[in-house]
Design a protein. Structure first.
Ligand code: SAM
Length: 330
């Protein structure tokens, strides 16, 4: 109740002076439970120290205003914030007058940093994990830490919030009832094309992360592998130069090959396959089952009869499947 009272008072009094926000940043000791604060527009708000455990805190993907009150409270109240890049996270903590110590946790130091964080959890400390932007663990570090924390029996708490995945899906104007999150495709072309071939028949909207430097090459491979499906390039979401460009994959590939703007952070959203493509996938599944039981000739006869397709077309597909299977292509 006392905290609520404080909060209401602070809001009523409006902006406190910058001096107060500075006072908040004087809190440095992880064992000092008496003075943990965050500040919004100069109004200083006390944060309770959360119970010991791991807190997975989503942070903004561009616009620093996109942070929840609970995230601020936990970041301000935690004993330590584990983050990918302390310079990036400091921009957020400074914006909100948070003085919790930062410690790096990224893919290059995770093996050494993880035991130290687990040790802190064993001492009942509150450890917040953030990534540079968005939700930790989503194409970002944290999975092994969460798994180890769970295995050791420590509390693991999610503080949901921004993620480029959901922001892009919600603005793309493509079906949202079922989606498949691919994350980053492999950077090397052969591996990327192989992965795209595995995505062809997935009956869902596809969401992919990509960097500006690879966008044109990735779009070219997506257009070749998936054909002219509708797609959206969602760039710099929530930022000043936010842009959502909609077209079919073939036109988008052409546009970006010709020098479309690729600066910044990008999510590619691709419409699900048309009904026809899903049926082609069904034919493959039926053929594979039949080929496991009977001769090629009989399998082709069975599947042609069941699907109403010509024996010639089904025979052709059977040959392709056996070729793919023998060279390991999915
Ligand atoms: N964990 C983050 C999340 O929940 O969105 C994703 C981290 S991943 C390393 C970074 C990728 O997310 C970028 O390469 C880009 O594909 C996407 N991304 C992040 N911020 C974005 C933004 N503001 N607009 C578009 N895409 C963004």
């Amino acid at each position: 109740m006392k905290k609520k009272g404080n909060l209401a008072l602070l809001w009523r009094t409006g902006r406190l002076s910058a001096r107060l926000a500075l006072m908040a940043s004087d809190k440095t000791s992880p064992t000092d439970v008496s003075a943990r604060y965050f500040a919004i527009n100069g109004a200083q708000i006390e944060a309770k120290r959360p119970r010991g455990g791991l807190y997975l805190v989503a942070t903004p993907i561009g616009n620093l205003g996109d942070i929840t009150l609970r995230a601020l409270e936990v970041l301000a109240g935690a004993d330590v914030i584990a983050c990918e890049d302390t310079r990036v996270t400091r921009r957020l903590t400074e914006r909100y007058g948070i003085a919790t110590p930062l410690t790096p946790y990224h893919e290059h130091n995770a093996a050494e940093a993880r035991p130290r964080l687990l040790k802190r959890l064993s001492n009942c400390e509150a450890v917040a994990l953030v990534s540079d932007a968005g939700t930790p663990l989503i194409s970002d570090p944290g999975f092994k830490l969460v798994r180890a924390a769970r295995e050791a029996g420590y509390a693991v708490n999610a503080l949901p919030g921004p993620s480029a995945l959901l922001a892009a899906l919600s603005v793309a104007g493509l079906p949202t009832d079922r989606f498949f999150f691919e994350g980053f495709l492999p950077p090397k072309q052969a591996a990327r094309q192989k992965r795209i071939a595995a995505l062809v028949a997935i009956p869902a909207t596809l969401v992919l992360y990509e960097s500006g430097t690879r966008l044109a090459a990735t779009l070219a491979d997506l257009a070749t592998g998936l054909g002219p499906r509708a797609a959206a390039i969602c760039r710099e979401l929530t930022k000043l130069h936010e842009e959502v460009r909609r077209d079919d994959l073939v036109s988008l590939a052409r546009a970006y090959a010709d020098g479309g703007e690729t600066r910044g952070e990008i999510v590619i959203v691709v419409a699900p396959p048309a009904e026809q493509e899903t049926q082609a996938d069904d034919v493959d599944a039926m053929l594979r089952q039949a080929l496991a039981r009977v001769s090629v000739k009989d399998a082709v006869g069975e599947v042609a009869l069941a699907t109403g397709r010509s024996r010639r077309e089904v025979y052709q597909r059977a040959l392709e499947l056996s070729r793919d299977d023998s060279d390991g292509t999915p």
